[in-house]
Design a protein around this ligand. Structure first.
Ligand code: FE2
Ligand code: FE2
Length: 263
């Protein structure tokens, strides 16, 4: 199903929430269209490609797609890379630290072509342009990937937050922004405690995002956070959350059995 997040006639944002086939983790893919130009954020892998292509066809001429953007290197983010290179003339946008790893997602016949079309986002972020509309890559390193970006669209004031804010919920509720934040926490707490780098990183990110002041935070999995009150609750929750290396102890680094007992 195509969800229209924003539409002023010339600028549109769409979300695709129920496309993943089989047993893959539920994930959201995003399309931004401006004045006939288009960027696709975190298109996923083989489990999404054909179905997503069909959906995009209703909004754009897919082969003319300007950008396929990867927030980080995970399989649910961009493992369909070869298909997009073969099927469109898009530029491929990836975090600079993954530039030399991403070719492993690509069929060998397509690597050279991919390298010609690659845009590497420097650690401090950058502005891309969808037609004459900026799409800003915001640093979100260690949340969760070591080289990770989120994407802010200043026209809709939406921050596409990647894995940060991800939740795992009933399919029927995916399109509804979170209203009862406390009730939503159990759907995302375990994931954030394991996948996010540390509380220090969360606090640095929260400071930056308070300055950005988005109207809507839309993650790559699960439900979104719309409006200042719920976004405020989300940021405060993150600010106080211990996660990642904060929680690791020597107990997490013990040999499964003593040497000599492994057979
Ligand atoms: Fe990820
Ligand atoms: Fe993800």
């Amino acid at each position: 199903m195509t969800i229209e997040l924003y539409n002023d006639g010339n600028h549109k944002c769409f979300s695709y929430e129920d496309i993943v086939a089989g047993h893959g983790v539920q994930s959201n893919q995003f399309l931004i269209v401006h004045d006939g130009h288009a960027a696709l954020i975190d298109p996923g892998g083989d489990l999404t490609y054909s179905n997503l292509y069909e959906h995009l066809n209703h909004e754009i001429t897919v082969k003319d797609l300007d950008y396929v953007i990867a927030s980080h290197q995970d399989p649910d983010i961009v493992s369909s890379l070869s298909h997009w290179i073969a099927g469109t003339g898009c530029k491929i946008v990836v975090p600079a630290i993954w530039e030399r790893f991403i070719p492993h997602l690509c069929r060998s016949a397509k690597v050279r072509e991919m390298q010609k079309r690659l845009i590497a986002i420097p650690d401090k972020g950058m502005a891309l342009h969808v037609g004459d509309s900026p799409l800003v890559a915001i640093p979100a390193h260690y949340l969760h990937s070591e080289g990770n970006f989120q994407f802010f669209d200043p026209v809709s004031n939406i921050l596409f937050s990647g894995d940060l804010g991800a939740s795992f919920v009933e399919l029927e509720t995916l399109s509804d922004p979170v209203t009862d934040f406390a009730a939503h926490v159990p759907h995302m707490e375990d994931f954030h405690r394991r996948f996010m780098g540390s509380n220090k990183i969360l606090r640095l990110w929260v400071n930056m995002v308070r300055e950005l002041d988005p109207d809507w935070i839309v993650p790559q999995h699960g439900r979104s956070f719309r409006g200042k009150p719920v976004i405020g609750e989300f940021l405060s929750w993150l600010e106080g959350l211990e996660c990642g290396i904060d929680l690791m102890t020597q107990d997490d680094y013990r040999l499964p059995k003593r040497p000599g007992e492994w057979l």
